[in-house]
Design a protein around this ligand. Structure first.
Ligand SMILES: [Zn+2]
Length: 157
């Protein structure tokens, strides 16, 4: 960190305290060169963690979601702009529910719900990849499903 006044990089901390209402730490700092004082806030950077099927976690990645959606929406009525909007809407939805982690299953269900309203072909395509469907009977079940779709049910029918 550099002093905001003289850009010197040696700063001392005079005081640290919790700003409890914002879950952050407030530090009073002083530049060792110009001796001017300033305050910094240390906060937790929030990213949504996606729990994958095998149990590991990764950061929610909007670009990755967009590329998955683009593949499903290729040659459909859905425009690139709609794909971007959809990805943003899903991210905002997760943020507004204050979710810190979401499973790939929940994330997929959210996407499927939105795609179903937009374009049936994109919905089916995304579903095939997403649920790793390998059999026609699963595909039939997907086409008839009311949400939440669970592929396990599909293999029983
Ligand atoms: Zn300074």
């Amino acid at each position: 960190m550099k002093c905001p006044f003289c850009y010197h990089d040696q700063i001392k901390v005079n005081d640290s305290r919790n700003a409890s209402e914002t879950n952050s730490i407030r530090r009073r700092r002083e530049c060792l060169k110009c001796e001017r004082r300033f305050t910094t806030f240390e906060t937790i950077e929030l990213s949504i963690q996606v729990q994958k099927r095998e149990g590991s976690y990764e950061d929610f990645n909007q670009e990755k979601l967009i590329s998955g959606l683009m593949a499903a929406c290729y040659h459909t009525t859905i425009s690139r702009e709609q794909v971007n909007d959809l990805a943003t809407k899903i991210k905002n939805d997760l943020m507004s529910r204050q979710l810190r982690t979401v499973t790939t299953t929940e994330l997929g269900a959210l996407v499927m719900e939105s795609l179903k309203k937009l374009d049936p072909i994109a919905y089916i395509r995304f579903g095939c990849v997403y649920w790793r469907l390998t059999e026609i009977k699963q595909l039939k079940h997907l086409m008839q499903a009311t949400h939440p779709f669970q592929p396990e049910n599909g293999s029983k029918t």
